[in-house]
Design a protein around this ligand. Sequence first.
Ligand code: PXP
Length: 238
Amino acid sequence: MLRLSVNVDHVATLRQARGSNYPDPVTAALLAELAGASGITVHLREDRRHIQERDVELLRRTVKTKLNLEMGLSESVVKFALKVRPDLATLVPEKREELTTEGGLDLSKSGDRLPEVISLLHDAGIAVSLFINPTPNSVKKAHKLNADFVELHTGLYAEAKDPSQIAEELEKIAGSAMLAKKLELGVNAGHGLNYENVREIAMIKEIDELSIGHSIISRSCLVGIQEAVRQMLKLMQR
Ligand code: PXP
């Protein structure tokens, strides 16, 4: 069965926008698990714009499925990951100015730092996934680097507008998933997946898990609004 890891970063985005202590991404994670998610994903960014260390520490103690920590390669974040020990660490490129992760890791330019971080994480018993663009070269390099999983970047597929471009991106994702499976890597995929575009990706049988955040948190604002208004009106009754 295709698994879903729910990314709760944007619950924290809403909290940070007001500097309040709600909504709590930890509560959201537990509700996502109750609804059937098989994992929870958070990205501890270097600038701490949404998820905070406190969130990851609490999630480590409360998540009953699998905790996937997305992270860059900076020393402080790696040190934190080694202490918290998520079930999976997904290594991603991180730029301060980006709104969200913009592309997969460039494995040809990773130098010594990437293998070093992979082996530190492995030594701590943490499985490692590399977020890569869906190309055969990247999959082969991830395998050579001793990754346990790849996460195939679906962003270009999600952004593609015309049918031939969509088909082309799907083919790249399917081909990379097949190659990764052949190399005995676990296969995750994500970025930009939503209620309109997820079906075609879900049909690729080599993909084990999807990581989805923004569309689910956005949808939850809308499908939850009627109940939220009802609860407030009830409190306002004289
Ligand atoms: N996978 C990775 C590596 C990501 O960086 C993100 C965004 O945080 C996602 C998946 C989820 O993307 P989205 O929020 O668009 O569903």
